[in-house]
Design a binder for this molecule. Structure first.
Ligand code: G3P
Ligand code: MG
Length: 346
């Protein structure tokens, strides 16, 4: 929940429409701000010909840090304050599973960061691949833990513990060893390492925080992401066991993520602007047709035509190809997306 109380004097805030932004490929690329993003935010904050302020939230599939940390970073990049009350990342909805699964394997991200995120969500017993390698170094023949990893990893006898679920929180930094460990668990008896199931259907469930096969970062061309790891893992499980593997992905384009975003936006508009009714239009600005545009369009069909998809050309989607999922409009940059929405409104 947001901390700033609504300011009744601020009548310049519109209650009719709002914005939701994807981050990578729209506002940020490879850790650097896309210059037009700063001006786009200024426009929404009141520097526009209409003298209006427009509420907005951020919905990214990315992750690997706490929401708090990510907002501090985004505030610096965008030169304005971003609050966790207006921010969702890929793993945010995983919070709701902390009561259901006790011992969980958390995969991805830098160092111990994702373990801390998961513990912050209330997961009781969080295991990382490093813990497993520390317990048995033969787990990954070509990967030895660094001194730093040795220091932080928490060894225990994994032959005596059952891992209830696997959560891929952020991009794997070492596909080979992470996949080996996930595969070991999937082929085990009830998530007990060192055992092999005869039926290969008693391993723990696997959850990914999103399903983007590619994403937009500092390289000119798109780079493979978490969705690629998912595809790879499913293919590998089939190759090794002869059985199909079913996994679950959160994030966009899942309808649940857009429902979550709707609740967040509602709370944000209420807490910071004192607005109590839902907006007529939410402009969603994204760069990935398969996640952002598909999700917005499918959700729009359920949400009484209130979500409006805008595709930008600064990320995954590039001119020359036809987007797999058609947006309401395609524009060059995030700044054009803000101008487009505002012109449409007045
Ligand atoms: O890893 C993050 C990436 O796949 C997408 O992030 O902000 O474009 O949803 P975003
Ligand atoms: Mg994106």
């Amino acid at each position: 929940a947001a901390s700033t109380p609504p300011s009744p004097a601020d009548t310049s805030v519109t209650d009719r429409y709002a914005y939701a932004f994807d981050i990578d490929g729209v506002l940020i690329r490879g850790g650097k701000v896309i210059p037009e993003a700063i001006e786009a935010m200024r426009m929404l904050n009141g520097e526009n010909p209409y003298g209006v302020k427009v509420p907005y939230i951020f919905v990214t599939n990315g992750g690997g840090k706490t929401e708090q940390e990510r907002c501090i970073q985004l505030s610096q990049q965008l030169e304005m304050e971003v609050s966790p009350g207006q921010f969702i990342c890929g793993h945010t909805p995983m919070r709701e599973m902390a009561q259901k699964y006790k011992t969980v394997l958390v995969v991805g991200g830098e160092g111990e960061k994702c373990r801390h995120v998961a513990e912050g969500y209330g997961f009781k017993d969080v295991v990382t691949p490093g813990d497993i390698i520390k317990d048995n170094q033969d787990t990954t023949p070509f990967r030895k833990l660094t001194e730093e990893e040795m220091k932080h990893s928490r060894a225990r006898n994994f032959g005596e513990c059952e891992i209830d679920a696997i959560f891929v929180f952020a991009d794997s930094r070492d596909w080979a060893s992470d996949q080996q460990i996930i595969l070991d668990l999937l082929m085990s008896k009830n998530g007990r390492l060192g055992t092999r199931s005869e039926t290969f259907d008693e391993g723990p469930p696997v959850f990914f925080s999103h399903n983007d096969v590619v994403w937009s970062t500092s390289h000119d061309l798109t780079r493979i992401g978490m969705g690629a790891l998912r595809v790879s893992l499913e293919a590998m499980f089939l190759a090794v066991t002869g059985k199909p593997l079913t996994t679950t992905a959160f994030g966009k384009p899942q309808i649940g993520t857009f429902e979550f975003a709707t609740r967040l936006l509602q709370q944000w508009r209420k807490d910071t602007h004192g607005i109590n009714q839902p907006p007529d239009t939410v402009y969603f600005v994204g760069d990935t047709p398969e996640s952002d545009i598909r999700g917005t369009n499918e959700f729009n069909a359920k949400a009484e035509n209130t979500w409006y998809s805008i595709l930008v050309r600064t990320g995954v989607f590039r001119e020359g190809t036809k987007p797999k999922y058609e947006p309401k409009v395609t524009v060059d940059t995030v700044l054009d997306s803000v101008k487009h929405g505002m012109e449409r409104e007045y």
